[in-house]
Design a protein around this ligand. Structure first.
Ligand SMILES: [Zn+2]
Length: 77
């Protein structure tokens, strides 16, 4: 049986790291790569500037446990 710490490090959720994610800019429609911090909880809301058009996007990330993914919706501030 593997030590708990090993299992945790190899698991899908790592409390002390960030997960890769992305969002589609609400202004120009370009895809932006970003990261979310699972330790902040299942619901996240923050502002991030589009890497293409520099418009601030209000992002809302929600963790879907069944898909093991974050879904991010973006709207202009
Ligand atoms: Zn944009």
């Amino acid at each position: 049986m593997l030590p708990w710490t090993f299992w945790q490090a190899g698991g899908r959720i790592r409390d002390n790291s960030v997960m890769e994610a992305g969002f589609q800019c609400a202004g120009c429609g370009e895809w932006n790569a970003t990261t979310v911090d699972p330790s902040a909880g299942g619901r996240l809301s923050y502002v991030e500037d589009c890497q293409v058009c520099c418009k601030p996007n209000v992002l809302r990330a929600q963790y879907d446990a069944s898909a093991d993914e974050f879904f991010i919706t973006a709207e202009l501030e």
